[in-house]
Design a protein around this ligand. Structure first.
Ligand SMILES: NC(=O)c1ccc[n+]([C@@H]2O[C@H](COP(=O)([O-])OP(=O)(O)OC[C@H]3O[C@@H](n4cnc5c(N)ncnc54)[C@H](OP(=O)(O)O)[C@@H]3O)[C@@H](O)[C@H]2O)c1
Length: 340
């Protein structure tokens, strides 16, 4: 079967299309024929060696896939051949608090990931698709959507009447916009691009801010909210944006610390955190229970993920280059090889 492998070193030039033996399921396992994969920023960091430079190679990258179950091993009763399923980023984290054990094995590093024709998974590592979604749409959910759900719902407690700020218009942030609206919140979106902000407005954003033109966007957020600040910030920038997030947040508000797009380290005064009772909540994707709740909500609201572009399997490296360029709005999808 076809699979992409990071081989002989890191870098997009080392992402090579290979032939691997097709997997067969052992007890408790299933094989899924991948119909679509979606890309996350982490996949780019993994391929370029910035996520885990000690990662053993070869590795099949990517964590997200949707497809159909084509074989099940002994003792599997939760899914059957023909079921439409998607992956879980952390297949052994079913519910409850994260532990080192539950987070040790994640797809696309250290475990082989989803940029392949068929993938072998524990049966508890797949979740049925919301029925209204195509494979391409459902492939966008496992990492970005669940991360946004965990931030706003599982740990955030966002509710109708709240105001949420999302940074940029990538995969996690556009899902956070959609989920925020679904919960009845007002959502402020930032972006470097006015054209993207127009699209965010069309999706239902309450207010928008161009963070290039308005580098003090946290101060602007406070102005837009009548001096109060927002209830929740979806922090995908990291070290380079946290200071403005602390300007944007209300007393007692929550900042979901998710991403590192603007750096992993920097100088920061902790005074506003303690003086304003701000909660910084680290998020690492989420568990199966959260994923199932999210799928029920998406089904009930017929929520459609925003897909920027779909690439054929043979052009997966170009899809990652496109992600690196940061021109996308929402998610980038790569079709499974059988569907090209
Ligand atoms: N902790 C977790 O569980 C988890 C899960 C998923 C992702 N992440 C992390 O979250 C981040 C976003 O991931 P993703 O997959 O959604 O990425 P993505 O789709 O590649 O999003 C990139 C977009 O983020 C925006 N951006 C870049 N720099 C920015 C900045 N300084 N301020 C505000 N926005 C900025 C840009 O949007 P505009 O063009 O609109 O400006 C850019 O197009 C990454 O760091 C990723 O590693 C973490």
């Amino acid at each position: 079967m076809k699979a992409y492998e990071i081989r002989d070193g890191f870098g997009l030039d080392h992402l090579l299309l290979s032939e691997r033996p097709a997997p067969t399921p052992g007890p408790g396992e299933v094989v899924v024929r991948v119909r679509a994969t979606s890309l996350n920023y982490r996949d780019l960091l993994t391929v370029t060696g910035h996520y885990n430079p000690k990662q053993k190679l070869p590795l099949v990258p990517c964590s997200d896939a949707a497809g159909e179950v084509v074989a099940v091993g002994g003792g599997v009763s939760s899914v059957a051949v023909g079921d439409r399923v998607m992956t879980l980023f952390a297949p052994y984290w079913q519910a409850g608090a994260p532990t080192r054990q539950r987070l040790r094995n994640t797809l696309g590093g250290p475990l082989d990931g989803t940029l392949a024709e068929r993938i072998l998974l524990p049966a508890e590592g797949v979740v049925p698709l919301p029925p209204h979604l195509s494979y391409e749409a459902a492939a966008t959910l496992p990492c970005a959507a669940l991360t946004a759900w965990s931030a706003l719902v599982t740990h955030g407690g966002v509710t109708a009447g709240d105001t949420v700020l999302v940074q940029g218009t990538g995969g996690v942030s556009i899902f956070a916009l959609q989920i925020g609206l679904l919960l009845g919140a007002r959502v402020i979106v930032t972006s470097k691009s006015d054209a993207k902000l127009e699209r965010a407005k069309e999706l239902g954003a309450w207010r928008t801010i161009n963070y290039r033109r308005t580098p003090q966007w946290g101060v602007e957020t406070r102005r837009l909210t009548g001096g109060r600040g927002v209830d929740h910030v979806v922090e995908v920038g990291g070290a380079g944006t946290l200071e403005q997030s602390l300007q944007a947040i209300r007393f007692g508000g929550t900042i979901s610390v998710i991403g590192v797009l603007a750096g992993v380290a920097g100088e920061l005064s902790i005074i506003p955190i303690l003086m304003q009772h701000v909660r910084l909540q680290g998020i690492l994707v989420g568990h199966r229970e959260g994923c199932e709740a999210m799928c029920r909500a998406f089904d009930a609201h017929r929520l459609e993920p925003v897909i920027d572009r779909v690439f054929p399997f043979d052009e997966a490296p170009d899809a990652l280059r496109y992600l690196a360029g940061g021109e996308h709005f929402g998610k980038i999808v790569v079709r499974g090889p059988a569907d090209d």
